[in-house]
Every structure is written in structure tokens, then in C-alpha cells.
Design a protein around this ligand. Structure first.
Ligand code: IMP
Ligand code: MG
Length: 184
């Protein structure tokens, strides 16, 4: 299948939006301290560039940690349940947790992640996602899965760049682009 690439958000637009999100998050977490800092959790690999830009723009005390999420895909569609690799078992008890995601699509990954994290007794959990495709949300997640902090709401397009991949490719593209698939 032939594909073509189209611009969705330029590097500049994404950088500006990340600064705004960081300001909003910093203002909402005024109550965190050096002794009780925010715990920002990066979902690897897609969120990595968004995450590093975002946390470095925060003005509140923040620790960082990482988890690997495998959503097995066939082309552009996930197959089966996502699998999480929490490394050396991250301690979330009584922590202010901010999950940083690249994109919320059907909502299945975020739902499974919230289930897992809530069992670990955090003080609170919020979600920050660079992108959201609300038109793709499964009905059962319509009311339960949303980002507290969202970069951009986008239509049902497959996007790449800024950490997002298509079969492992295009993650390092500096702009967010969408793919168009042509039957040949
Ligand atoms: P979910 O459908 O909300 O569970 O999203 C699962 C995962 O699919 C996301 O975390 C992404 O890794 C991936 N994904 C969904 N939509 C896109 C896209 O447009 N481009 C690249 N990856 C995507
Ligand atoms: Mg992801």
C-alpha cells in the first residue's frame, strides 16, 4: 500500500503547546514539595520526546520514572491487550502521579494502566496526553477515559512523528504528520 505524509502540527506549534501544558500543570500542582514531589511517569516508547520536553518545562518539584507499554499492532490497529513492563516495580503509594502518554485512541491502554496503578494506592492520578482521538474511543471508555491535560484533540487519522511510530518507523520526525493510505 502506498502512503503519503501530511502536516498536522509543526514542531513550533507542538513546542508552544507543551510550554502551555507545563504552565498549567505547574499551577495545578502548587501543593507539591521537594519532600512530596510530583511523580511523572513516561510511557515508553511513544511519549519519550513529549515527556522530556514537558517535565523540563515544569516549575514544581518532580521525579521521573518510565514504564514500557507494548501494544501489539497489525499495521495501524492494536491486536490484543496491552502489556506493561514496570521495570523495578515503581512505588506509587501516596504519590501524586502524572501519567504522560503520547496518544489516547480506543482508550484500552489507558484503562488497563489506570487499573494497574490504582491498585498501588497513589494519592492521586492524572493523565497528560499529547494527542487524543475521541472519535475512536470505545463506547465503554467514553465517560471514563479522558486526559486531564491534553495537547491536541485530533480527528481519526493515523499520526506519526514526535515519538509516534508506524511499524517502528518515523518516530524521530520533528513535526506531527498524518499518514494517508492509498490502495494501489
Ligand atoms: P489505545 O487504542 O488508546 O489503547 O492506544 C494504544 C496505542 O496505540 C497508543 O498508546 C499508541 O502507541 C498507539 N496508537 C494509537 N493511535 C496511533 C497513531 O495515530 N499513531 C501512532 N500510534 C498510535
Ligand atoms: Mg503509547
Amino acid at each position: 500500500m502506498k502512503t503519503s505524509f501530511h502536516m498536522m502540527y509543526s514542531q513550533k506549534e507542538v513546542e508552544n503547546r507543551i510550554r502551555e501544558l507545563a504552565a498549567q500543570i505547574s499551577s495545578d500542582y502548587q501543593n507539591v514539595t521537594e519532600d512530596d514531589p510530583l511523580l511523572a511517569l513516561c510511557t515508553l516508547r511513544g511519549a519519550v520526546f513529549f515527556f522530556t520536553d514537558l517535565v523540563r518545562a515544569l516549575s514544581v518539584p518532580c521525579e521521573v520514572d518510565f514504564l514500557k507499554v507494548h501494544s501489539y499492532t497489525e499495521g495501524t490497529r492494536p491486536v490484543g491487550a496491552p502489556v506493561f513492563d514496570l521495570g523495578e516495580d515503581i512505588v506509587l503509594k501516596n504519590r501524586h502521579v502524572l501519567i504522560v502518554e503520547d496518544i489516547i485512541d480506543t482508550g484500552a491502554t489507558m484503562d488497563a494502566m489506570l487499573d494497574l496503578f490504582r491498585m498501588k494506592d497513589p494519592a492521586d492520578i492524572r493523565i497528560c496526553s499529547l494527542l487524543d482521538k475521541p472519535d475512536r474511543r470505545l463506547p465503554k471508555y467514553q465517560d471514563t477515559i479522558h486526559a486531564d491535560y491534553l495537547g491536541f484533540k485530533i480527528p481519526d487519522q493515523f499520526v506519526i512523528g514526535w515519538g509516534l511510530d508506524y511499524d517502528g518507523k518515523y518516530r524521530l520526525l520533528k513535526d506531527i504528520m498524518y499518514l494517508e493510505f492509498h490502495k494501489d
